[in-house]
Design a protein around this ligand. Sequence first.
Ligand code: KG4
Ligand code: ZN
Length: 328
Amino acid sequence: MSIILGLETSCDETAAAVVKDGRIVLASELNSQTGIHKKFGGVVPEVAARYHLEAVNEVIQQALDKSGIAPHELTAIACTQGPGLIGTLLVGLSAAKAMSWVLQKPLLTVDHLYAHICANYINTELEPPFICLLVSGGHSQVIHVKAHKDWEILGQTLDDAAGEAYDKVARLLGLGYPGGPMIDKVAREGDSRAFKFPEGTVKGYDFSFSGLKTAVLRTVEKLEKPLPVSDLAASFQDAVNRVLFRKTHQAAMALNVDKIVLAGGVAANKDLRRRFSELDSAGAIKVFMPDLQYCTDNAAMVASCAYFAGVETGLDCTAYSRQAAASI
Ligand code: KG4
Ligand code: ZN
């Protein structure tokens, strides 16, 4: 039996979780800084790092208390090594190193993006191979996961990430931060056919969202106030989700893979989930999507990832802010 404590501090959530055998969450605790960064309209790295430092010990303690697991019973300590904000990553990594050293347990580091994918192992029996649509605040990728430590990026965004596009358009519509969940909410009252926004004409499995963002901007500039915010949000959301769905589906068909998994913050989007649920219901392809709490940043996915694909590292390892070339 394996019981791993995972820590996640790559952006604005201080999270700790205890996960058994990579799939069973015994505790998943999270201290969100969203309220703190709201007034700045986005995450301020230095402010985030300071709040992580204040919260990290308490969040770890809460996770251990809730799980009923004593520190000496842990199999390993895991944390996100990157990519993310370097100052915030170092808080989690330092805490994990300290625990690893004091408890004399292995330190396992994981890549944040691969951790998002591993959220799909929680409470399921999912095994590779599968096609993953990874859509977060910083990345949009279609990935062929062939085995636990063997994957290939089939396509990615050439400019903005899907989550970034959601956040920027939300700001444009005056919906504030964080933008994705706000667009998701107001789009439910809107008509997705009210405005015709372009999908982007990138070949293969790559994406481009900057043209779409500009199209929304031009439309907003021409419209009289008050803006039809719900219709604009619904039409924008439709354009993003349409292309995300189509390319992921195409990849699965072309490679003859019968499983698709969604990962990352945008995988929490209701309309995107509906599209993939319908595909699942059609029968030929089985679709996995994490529970909402495991789509956005959390530590259960870190502990799960450490179980399936963690790398044992020495106490001299350091964090990386950008996507490592050798990783996902
Ligand atoms: O994966 P994540 O929590 O953090 C990163 O690793 O980036 O993703 C955050 C992104 C943000 O851009 C946020 O606006 C978007 O995910 N997001 C959503 C929704 N919930 C979060 N986008 C659309 N609909 C949502 N419901
Ligand atoms: Zn993330």
